[in-house]
Design a protein around this ligand. Structure first.
Ligand SMILES: Cc1ncc(COP(=O)(O)O)c(C=O)c1O
Length: 413
């Protein structure tokens, strides 16, 4: 689990913001899509990349393995799991594809998911359905639920004897609603349904303990709210699922024990640390041939950065900014699309936009004013949404800029 900084005094947020690399001409309200970098994290990944550039063989064979193991241990502790369960991936899309393509499901049957899943991930499951003879079904989420139990109940009603897999986001992309992941997994388990969780937004936004959620497969991104370099995602393999997946890429990890390169030690079991910074079981899934995995190696720097600020302090600041956003944007007449109930939202707050608005025009109007914020088009009931992301470096002044400019942007759209 995430460790805390020793002091209980909250940091000075303006000083903390000055440690971020941010374009000063932009009102940045879209961490939900892509996280910017703290200077310290950028410096760390750049230093690692310099080593790679200067001596690639020395880097891959000798320098990187201990750094990779350290990153795996640090990341596993941060996420609340063990290094032996943690597969690094380029992003959450890769992690979900690894699970979806590697699983062999009993057909006929169905893949069940909420009606608020990330579009590309729905396509991923569509393809699994087509290839394995399963149907894909969505169930409606009570998006403005006031109690997590309503969401669990909606899911319980949706599961049928045909359901093979339940797929859901821990934090919904369009609205930032936080789903009760542990309870959903517990219910699915009782009914014999496999769970795959898309935790794209959860690490660092929520106080996460992945093992306690008990998903069969928990995936996530470290390059959103943790502020690690782009290219850092992961899969945590839940107990009982260790031998269920096949890799997306067959490479040297496929027969991990056969061809050690360089001066590596042979491991002594599928979960023993090997000479590559992995275990044979992890490397089987993770190793894709030569590639730039420096973002994974810089994850400890990202963990250090927010540990120093204090994850609790960061989340308290985010909660303040969420309340401010609800008030200020609410005051210009937009209705909330994210529940205000504590525990059901995190660092994203969405608002319903009038359905008469042309989304492409609105995006242009906002960006003409250098406001970076997504306008999200969805099918009913949330047809058109504006999603505000607020991390610790977001300022009240930025939210004020949005509130001031938005009415004119809406009129022009
Ligand atoms: C819920 C959810 N899943 C998946 C993704 C895809 O993330 P990535 O492009 O890093 O794989 C996103 C991106 O915003 C997301 O919000």
């Amino acid at each position: 689990m995430q460790s805390e900084r020793p002091s209980s005094t909250p940091p000075d947020w303006s000083t903390a913001r000055s440690r971020m690399i941010l374009d000063p001409t932009v009102t940045m309200l879209n961490t939900g899509s892509f996280g910017p970098l703290p200077q310290a994290v950028f410096d760390r990944v750049t230093a690692i990349r310099h080593c790679l550039a200067a001596g690639p063989t020395d880097f891959y064979v000798r320098q990187a393995p201990p750094l990779l193991w350290e990153a795996r241990e640090r990341t596993a502790t941060f996420l609340g799991t063990t290094p032996q369960r943690l597969v690094f991936t380029t992003n959450v899309s890769a992690a979900i594809n690894l699970v979806a393509s590697g699983l062999k499901l009993n057909s006929p049957g169905e893949i069940l998911m909420t009606d608020h899943e990330y579009g590309a991930m729905m396509w991923c499951w569509d393809r699994v359905g087509q290839r394995q003879g399963l149907s894909v079904r969505t169930f409606p989420l009570p998006t403005m639920a006031t109690d997590p139990g309503e969401i669990v109940e909606a899911m319980r009603r949706a599961i049928t004897p045909r359901t093979r897999v339940l797929f859901f986001s821990h934090v919904l992309s369009p609205t930032g609603l936080v789903l009760p992941a542990k309870e959903l997994c517990a219910e699915a388990r009782k009914l014999g349904v496999l769970t795959v969780v898309d935790g794209a937004h959860a690490p660092a936004m929520l106080p996460l303990n992945v093992d306690s959620i008990r998903a069969d497969f928990y995936t996530g991104n470290l390059h959103k709210w943790l502020l690690a370099p782009s290219g850092a995602g992961f899969l945590v393999i839940g107990p009982g699922n260790e031998d269920r997946l096949q890799p997306l890429h067959v490479s040297w990890g496929y027969h991990a024990d056969k061809y050690p390169i360089g001066e590596v030690t042979r491991s002594t079991g599928p979960d023993a640390r090997d000479g590559y910074g992995s275990t044979p079981r992890i490397r089987f899934l993770e190793f894709e041939g030569t590639r730039d995995f420096c973002p994974w190696l810089a994850v400890p720097a990202a963990i250090d950065f927010q540990t120093e600020l204090g994850f609790d302090a960061v989340r308290a600041r985010i909660a303040e900014l969420a309340a401010y956003t609800r008030k200020v944007i609410g005051d210009i007449g937009l209705s909330l699309a994210t529940p205000a109930t504590p525990g059901m939202h995190g660092a994203m707050t969405a608002f319903n936009l009038p359905t008469t608005v042309n989304p492409a025009k609105l995006r242009r109007e906002l960006w003409n004013r250098r406001i970076e914020i997504p306008v999200i088009e969805r099918e009913r009931p949330d047809r058109l949404l504006l999603r505000v992301s607020h991390h610790f470096y977001t300022t009240e002044a930025e939210i004020d800029i949005l509130a001031t400019e938005l009415p004119a942007c809406l009129r022009a759209s």
